[in-house]
Write a protein that binds this ligand. Structure first.
Ligand code: ADP
Ligand code: MG
Ligand code: MG
Length: 254
C-alpha cells in the first residue's frame, strides 16, 4: 500500500522557489531517511507536507493513502494520520502535558468518528505509552514543553506519536541535540512504533540516528529535490565520504 506519493513537487517561500521537482514514494512498512546538506530543503519539505501557511505549492502533487493532501488544511492532515512533531505548539504555560495530550488524542478520535475517551481511561493509556519513552509519570503534570530539556521535548514527540498512532510520521532532526542515551530511547520508541501498517520518514543531517533506526531507503536531497536513493549503506558512505561525491555524480549525470 502506498502511504505517501509526492510527484514533481515545487514550492516557494516569499516568492523564492525552494522545492524544485521533488519525487518520493513511501509504502506501508517502510522507513525512509532523507539526508542532505544544510539548506537543501529538507525542513521545507516537511513544512509543505504539514501545510504550513508560509509555503506555497506551485506545482506537483502530494497524495496520502490516495487522498489529495493539498486539499486538506493542516489540522485535517494531522487527523487523517500524518504526524509531524512540530505541528504541536512549543510551549503552553498553564496547560499540563497530560491535558494537552488528551485533547489532541480525542480530537483525532473524533475526526475518525470514534468516541472520546474519559480522563481515567486516558490515564491508563498514557501510562502504558510512557514506558516506551522511559518517562516518569510526573512528566505529564508539567506544562506543555515548558522548561523541557531538548531530550524531553524529543521524547515528548515520540510520546505524541505513540498515542496518535499515525500512518505516516515525519521526524525532522529528531536527533539534534540529543545525548546518546536520549538518542537510543527516542530510536527505540520509533522502532517499537514502526510496523507493517505505518511508515516513517526520518529527516536528518547526520547518520548517527541511523545506527539505531535502520532505514529501508536513504535519499539524498540537494537544491530542493531528491538526487539519489540507496539503501542503508548509502548513509554510511555519506558519513565516511561526505556529500560532495553524490552532488558531483548528479552534476555529471553518472
Ligand atoms: P534544510 O532543512 O535542508 O537545512 P531548509 O528547508 O530549512 O533546508 O532551507 C532550504 C532553503 O530555503 C534555505 O536556503 C533557506 O534559507 C530557505 N528558506 C527556508 N525557509 C525560508 C523562509 N521562511 N524564508 C526564506 N527562505 C527560507
Ligand atoms: Mg537546516
Ligand atoms: Mg532542516
Amino acid at each position: 500500500e502506498i502511504v505517501l506519493s509526492v510527484r514533481d513537487l515545487r514550492a516557494t517561500v516569499d516568492g523564492t522557489e525552494i522545492l524544485k521537482g521533488l519525487n518520493l514514494e513511501v509504502r506501508a512498512g517502510e522507513i525512509h531517511a532523507i539526508m542532505g546538506l544544510n539548506g537543501s530543503g529538507k525542513s521545507t519539505f516537511s513544512k509543505v507536507l504539514a501545510g504550513h501557511p508560509d509555503y506555497e505549492v506551485t506545482a506537483g502533487e502530494i497524495h496520502f493513502k490516495g487522498q489529495d493532501v493539498l486539499e486538506l488544511d493542516p489540522h485535517d492532515r494531522a487527523t487523517a494520520g500524518i504526524f509531524l512533531a512540530f505541528q504541536y505548539p512549543l510551549e503552553i504555560p498553564g496547560v499540563s502535558n497530560r491535558d494537552f495530550l488528551r485533547v489532541a488524542f480525542n480530537a483525532h478520535r473524533k475526526a475518525r468518528g470514534e468516541d472520546e475517551i474519559d480522563v481515567f481511561d486516558f490515564d491508563d493509556l498514557i501510562e502504558e505509552k510512557l514506558d516506551l519513552v522511559k518517562m516518569d509519570a510526573s512528566f505529564l503534570d508539567r506544562s506543555v514543553n515548558e522548561g523541557f530539556s531538548g531530550g524531553e521535548k524529543k521524547r515528548n514527540e515520540i510520546l505524541q506519536m505513540a498515542l496518535l498512532e499515525p500512518a505516516l510520521s515525519i521526524l525532522d532532526e529528531t536527533d539534534s541535540g540529543l545525548d546518546i542515551d536520549a538518542l537510543k530511547t527516542v530510536a527505540g520508541g520509533v522502532n517499537q512504533l514502526a510496523n507493517a501498517h505505518n511508515a516513517v520518514v526520518l529527516i536528518t543531517h547526520y547518520q548517527r540516528l541511523l545506527d539505531y533506526i535502520v532505514p529501508d531507503f536513504v535519499h539524498v536531497m540537494a537544491d530542493g529535490r531528491i538526487i539519489t536513493t540507496g539503501g542503508k549503506d548509502l548513509a554510511k558512505q555519506l558519513e565516511s565520504r561526505g556529500y560532495e561525491w553524490v552532488l558531483e555524480e548528479f552534476r555529471t549525470g553518472v
